[in-house]
Design a protein around this ligand. Structure first.
Ligand code: GLN
Length: 305
């Protein structure tokens, strides 16, 4: 039997030193000033336990991990019709690239690239008076933490520098794949990226994906098939152009964000979240990815023997 707590302590020792190989996101001051030595790890398992190590309760900017939960919300409100707005193809370009958007006539390749997340945000802005509030609410319910919220300083900084995201939205608008005023959607998208969560919060929030779409109380967040499809997208596109490599090393559905968070789903077992701010060239946490890789190896041994 795997001693998960002992495993977390060992993985923390092995992975946290790798952080110095990466660089903290510097595109807004609020992220640039995050402690590069922060490191947290949490595992939530389907038997109701949570295991934690390091700075597992320190809230960090979830950034693109929010795209996972906006996709869940879009699935809930729009079902399969969301795929009229965005594709589910992998991409070998960076998360904020616009090249394929033009080539794809304004339909982003997948919901985890910035253009794809913006198309989803546009869809949600059409359905909610405050879509970022709906994502916060979903995260509060799933994590059981009523105190989690967005960081206004991060949201403001994101909006100031959101030129590429605005360009992507305008390009989609020119192709007829964007309904709302660009600034309204960008403001909501920047707020969703600025949600602050801890590793513990995110491991608990992602747990339903390991459980066929049902939350801890047995309520369906997504249908089993939809949950499996979200996991498939995490596998093919969750770490952008590095997704093939992540699939090879971690071998499990994984989503990263430039705040240094990494979420991995271990189907039928639990969900993992690692946090370490320094990033690799594709915008994922260096030590965070190594931590989920080491944990995945240990956990799969217990699941499959
Ligand atoms: N807020 C960031 C952006 O839109 C999110 C990117 C990320 O985490 N990969 O550029």
């Amino acid at each position: 039997m795997l001693d998960i707590q002992e495993c977390l302590e060992r993985v923390t020792q092995q992975a946290r030193g790798l952080a110095r190989q990466g660089r903290v996101a510097s595109y807004i001051p609020a992220l640039r000033h995050v402690d590069p030595d922060g490191f947290g790890l949490a595992v939530a398992t389907l038997d109701g336990r949570v295991y934690e190590s390091g700075d597992s309760r320190v809230a960090f900017s979830i950034q693109s991990i929010s795209k996972l939960f906006s996709l869940v919300l879009a699935y809930q409100v729009a079902g399969d019709s969301l795929w009229e707005r965005v594709g589910r193809l992998p991409s070998s370009n960076q998360f904020n690239s616009l090249i394929e958007l033009e080539l794809g006539s304004g339909k982003p390749r997948n919901p985890f690239l910035n253009p794809g997340a913006l198309a989803i945000a546009d869809l949600l802005v059409s359905r909610y008076t405050q879509m970022e509030g709906a994502i916060v609410q979903l995260l509060r319910e799933l994590s059981g933490n009523p105190g989690l919220d967005y960081d206004l300083q991060v949201a403001g900084g994101e909006f100031e520098g959101a030129h590429r995201n605005k360009a992507a939205a305008h390009l989609m608008k020119s192709f007829g794949n964007f309904s709302n005023p660009v600034d309204d959607v960008i403001r909501a998208y920047c707020a969703q990226c600025a949600i602050a969560c801890s590793c513990r919060d995110l491991a608990l929030a992602a747990l339903f994906l390991a459980n066929g779409g049902a939350d801890r109380g047995g309520k369906l967040v997504l249908e089993a098939r939809q949950a499996q499809q979200v996991c498939a997208l995490m596998m093919s596109s969750g770490t952008y152009e590095a997704s093939g490599e992540t699939a090879f090393t971690v071998g499990l559905p994984t989503k990263s964000g430039v705040g240094g968070g990494v979420v991995t789903v271990v189907p039928r077992f639990g969900a993992v979240c690692a946090w370490s701010p320094p990033l690799d060239g594709s915008g994922s946490s260096v030590a965070g990815l190594k931590a989920v890789e080491l944990l995945a190896i240990a956990m799969q041994k217990t699941v499959f023997g």
